[in-house]
Design a protein around this ligand. Structure first.
Ligand code: C5P
Length: 409
């Protein structure tokens, strides 16, 4: 094969019965041309001996952060720098939790913090442990940080149960790793993403906001960066970490977002408007806190329309490929088609909000993607990170060829 020729792969093996499959994985990585160094957690050593991995990788196996002889040969920081990719397979529930929380109390977790190489994890565990909200939250945290998740597969488990939690088979892991090393589908492209809500001030202590968490937009930014794009993320007020290799600009109001997006789209290939921009704002924000005075009537708020950012970007003379979102509580498709025409955008992602577990501030979403030429693709319900990757692939497919330098807006 040779698809990973010369690639320096640091393989972290954590504790679980699937650790035995990591031996085959080392073999296949080397067959594909990779140079492999193996780090085992204490748990992994209960399942497979280091001698197995040493023989297969051709290098001593490391487990201990405090081993002076090993540190003298190649210190852990040196090892972290050596890696061109860090792959944790199998990643146990415990290892996922420790990576999500940034622990550095053993060699593998320390290496994962100390490296600037992309991190890919292939979880394997009992189906109940995988489904647990704690594990799912950890996986979402890792995904938002740009960690590439692979699997798990579903099927019969070593514990006799049936469900999601099987390690993805080694050939598929090698294939995915090779795809990650190949230039991404958006390599050389510039993608601007807006995400999160906007807050429109009523007075210095009050504002009008909405329930958007920003998670869908952040997942799209992470997926676009993983696909090789230069990503500029304009974020409303959210509590989310910046995905890896993404340039982020924080804003508060629709007015600020409008200015930041218009500046960011200069020279961009695509704009994804995933933000839940306020449609109205108080016409005047009171300079001082509005007081309640006994006997006086409650104040009336006069609202005005905000800027339509997406429509403004779509109206630019040399506009980028524009993707909008349509969050509706009912009649999703009809409203979304209307939006497609009204705002003259290239794709609209329609989602129903208000359904339990979907839409605003939820882990999952259900997206229906519509295009002007009658294009219709139902991406179904899935975790936001999965939908984001599929949407990015779709954008890459439909993006016009790059314009000549200097011909952009
Ligand atoms: O018009 P509506 O709010 O339903 O359209 C939603 C789409 O338009 C989203 O992509 C959102 O980011 C964008 N939008 C915008 N500026 C606004 C309102 C919505 O860019 N003021």
């Amino acid at each position: 094969m040779g698809t990973l020729e010369g690639t320096r792969v640091l393989l972290g093996v954590s504790g679980g019965i699937a650790a035995y499959k990591a031996a085959d994985l080392v073999r296949r990585l080397r067959d594909a041309g990779a140079e492999v160094r193996v780090v085992m957690t204490a748990g992994a050593r209960q399942f497979v001996t280091p001698a197995t991995f040493q023989a297969l990788s051709g290098h001593p196996v490391r487990s201990d952060l405090w081993d002076p002889a090993a540190e003298a040969a190649m210190g852990h920081i040196e090892l972290a720098r050596w890696a061109e990719i860090v792959l944790v397979a199998p990643a146990s529930a415990n290892t996922l939790a420790r990576l999500a929380h940034g622990l550095a109390d053993d060699l593998l977790s320390t290496l994962c913090l100390a490296t600037s190489a992309p991190l890919m994890v292939a979880p394997a565990m009992n189906q109940q442990m995988w489904a647990h909200p704690a594990t799912q939250a950890n996986v979402a945290t890792l995904g938002a940080r740009g960690v590439v998740l692979l699997g798990p597969d579903s099927g019969g488990q070593a514990c006799g149960e049936f469900g999601a939690g099987r390690l993805v088979e080694p050939p598929a892991i090698v294939e995915r790793l090779a795809a990650l090393r190949a230039p991404g589908v958006l390599a050389g492209r510039v993608v601007v993403v807006s995400a999160g809500p906007t807050f429109e001030d009523v007075d210095p202590v009050r504002f009008i906001g909405n329930r958007s968490s920003g998670r869908m937009g952040f997942a799209i930014a992470a997926a676009a960066a993983a696909a090789g794009a230069e990503v500029r993320l304009v974020a409303g007020p959210v509590h989310l970490p910046t995905p890896a290799r993404v340039a982020r600009r924080d804003v508060r109001s629709a007015r600020e977002m409008h200015a930041a997006v218009l500046a960011a789209v200069a020279g961009a290939d695509a704009y994804v408007g995933a933000a839940a921009v306020a449609d109205f704002r108080p016409a005047v924000a009171a300079p001082d806190k509005i007081k309640k005075t006994d006997g006086a009537p409650a104040p009336t708020l006069l609202l005005e329309r905000t800027e339509d950012i997406l429509a403004a970007v779509a109206a630019l003379p040399a506009r980028p490929f524009c993707v909008g979102f349509a969050a509706e509580t009912g009649d999703v498709e009809a409203y979304a088609r209307g939006k497609l025409q009204r705002k003259r955008v290239d794709l609209v992602c329609a989602n129903r909000v208000g359904a339990p577990g979907e839409g605003f501030d939820a882990d999952d979403n259900a997206l229906l993607v519509l295009g002007p030429d009658g294009f219709r693709l139902d991406l179904g319900r899935a975790p936001k990170a999965v939908l984001a990757t599929r949407l990015v692939e779709l954008i890459a497919q439909r993006l016009p060829a790059p314009r000549a330098a200097g011909a952009r807006a």
